[in-house]
Structure formats: C-alpha cells, structure tokens
Design a protein around this ligand. Structure first.
Ligand code: SER
Length: 335
C-alpha cells in the first residue's frame, strides 16, 4: 500500500492545473470529503462548497472556505458563482442515487440531465473543466458482467443508469464539438465513514459497518451471492483528482473510465467484518427494486484503460478498508 505521505506528495506534484474549484453537491457523500481534501492539499486554491438549501455545509466544511447556493437547475446562479470566483474546474456531484431515482424519475432526469446541460453550457462559455461522475449503474443486463470492458454494451434499465449513459455521451459531445475539458470515471459503490450515501443500491456496504460498530442487527436488502464493484472513498477521491490533473494528450477516453479496486457479495463482506467484530448479526430482507438493479450491474469491471491512460491504481482492498472503516467509525460513534 502507498503511504498517506506518499499520496499527498503525489497530489501536490500534480496540482498544477486546478486552482479555483466549484464542488456542486459539497455536502453529499463524495462532495463533503472531496471539498476538504482539495482545500487541505492545494495551498492557495479556492474551493467553493456548492450546496442546496436544506443541505447546508456545517463545521469544518463551512469554516474552511467559501460556500454558495449552487442548484444545478439554476443556470444564472451557477454562472454568477463561476464569475465571482473565476472558477476553472467544476466537480458536478449533484445526483439522485439509483433507488431513489426509481421513485422520482422526473426529478432525477431534471437534476442529472438538465443540470448537466446548464453546467456544460457555462463551461463552454467560461472555459471550465468539468468532472461529472458516471457509475457501474451505466451498465445493464446485457453488459458482460465479469471483467466488464471499458467500451461495451450500455443498456441500463434504471433511470439512474439512463441518466449516467446520457451524461457520458453529452459530456463527450461537448468535448468533441466545443473542446470543453470534460472527464469522468465510472465509480463503483463507494464506502466511507464521513457522510452516509442516500438511496443507492450499494449503500448496504456502508450501513453494515455502522450496524457492526453499534452492535445492532443489520437488515440486508441485497441477496447473498450478488457481486458488485466497490471502492473505499480515499481511492475514489484520488481518482477524481488524478484524472482532472492528468495529461490530456494521454487520454484516449474521457467519459467515462472504468475504475475498480474490489468486488464482493454480501456474505464475503460480512465474513470480513466478523474477523474484527465476530458477533455481527445479519438478517436478509431483500428489496426487489434494489435487487433488480444490483443484478443488472457488473460483478467486476476491467479498469485497464484508466491504468494505461492516467496511471490509475487503487490502494485499498477489502481487508485494509475494513480495518480503516472500523477504526474511524468506533471513534466517530464513541464505541
Ligand atoms: N452507489 C450508486 C448507487 O448505488 C451507484 O453509483 O446508486
């Protein structure tokens, strides 16, 4: 594993391009950590924490830099922030996750597609780079599930997946047609201890750690045997930064790169947690909506293009992630 010190050095060497950054969705699962990481590791940078009313930044996130209301559906509001802070890089992290998007498909379309179009138009006019994450959700039942190739069939059946494929295509369109510097990764399910995800299919793999530390029974909505790609948040943040700082001349792909670090099904995760908390109790109550989505997603993606084109390399596996999650959650929950 690469030491933290080495990772920080790697980041500071590569932080030449990004200076004035807008993180849209800065209080969400990824945004809350990404905003702080760029602020901490890029001296002299300005990172604007964009949020929507009702999800205001608090504590360190609020105190360590500027914050602005940044609703992706409000193009004029976004443009004003870009002008005010001379933004050069936008992390567009506003999204409804897969299960909640099935309940609110029109809202998911509005945020994910109309919101993206607003951002891309502003980026075209004001010359910003844009990172909009895609996901394992951009794949569907006809996709090869094991070793899912970079370029393959993408026919998802969830609204979340439909918006992710469209995001990839629209982002590439703006790059090819207008030269906008759009880049993206297909995130696996992300596991973290800082901010909980909300309404995703892979959320179970976060929630079980909380139950384990609290000594509560965990009710699992995903059936045993269902493999999905997963990733620990530090690797995901590293990817989001490293890709935006990569040499564009090396990029044959842009929207979007497969990235992978681990793949497991529920029983493998529970067995690993039991190595450290032997009395973890689990009961299955499979949610048909999430299960149908999970079954349609890859078991494990092939991330060789990301490795070749911008030197992607994860550092955490299931064991090192589990040890780190349990350590931090015990501290956070006072257990
Ligand atoms: N974690 C997301 C979800 O489960 C997938 O990108 O919806």
């Amino acid at each position: 594993m690469i030491s933290n010190e080495k990772i920080i050095n790697l980041y500071s060497d590569s932080f030449k391009l990004m200076k004035n950054v807008l993180v849209i969705g800065s209080t969400g699962q990824i945004g809350s950590e990404l905003t702080m990481k760029i602020r901490r590791e890029v001296p002299g940078s300005t990172v604007v924490a964009g949020y929507i009313p009702g999800a205001e930044p608090k504590g360190e996130l609020l105190e360590s830099g500027p914050a602005e209301i940044a609703d992706v559906r409000d193009a004029a509001g976004l443009a004003a922030i870009v002008d005010k802070y001379q933004i050069d890089t936008v992390y567009n992290l506003a999204a409804l996750l897969s299960a909640v998007a099935e309940r609110k498909p029109l809202l998911a379309w509005d945020i994910q597609m109309n919101g993206l179009l607003n951002i891309l138009e502003i980026a075209r006019e004001k010359n910003c780079a844009v990172f909009t994450p895609s996901s394992i959700g951009s794949f569907g039942p006809e996709t090869p599930h094991v070793g899912t190739p970079q370029d393959t069939i993408q026919r998802p059946r969830s609204m979340y997946g439909v918006t992710k494929v469209a995001t990839e295509l629209l982002s590439d369109y703006y790059h090819h047609k207008y030269g906008v510097d759009t880049r993206s990764v297909r995130f696996p399910g992300l596991i973290s201890y800082t901010t909980l995800p909300g309404g995703g299919t892979t959320d179970y793999a976060v929630e079980v750690y909380y139950s384990a530390v609290k000594r509560e029974e965990f009710v699992c909505p995903i059936a045993p045997g269902t493999y999905m790609d997963m990733m620990y948040m530090p690797d995901a943040l590293h990817a989001a930064i490293q890709l935006m700082e990569a040499d564009p001349a090396r990029l044959k792909h842009r929207n979007s790169f497969n990235i992978a670090s681990m793949s497991f099904e529920p029983e493998e995760l529970f067995t690993k947690i039991r190595e450290y908390i032997p009395d973890l109790r689990v009961r299955y109550e499979v949610d048909p909506v999430r299960q149908a989505i999970a079954t349609s997603w890859p078991d494990s993606m092939d991330d060789s293009c990301a490795r070749e084109e911008w030197d992607w390399k994860p550092t955490y596996n299931l064991d090192s992630m589990t040890r780190d999650m349990l350590f931090h959650l015990r501290e956070k929950l006072g257990k």
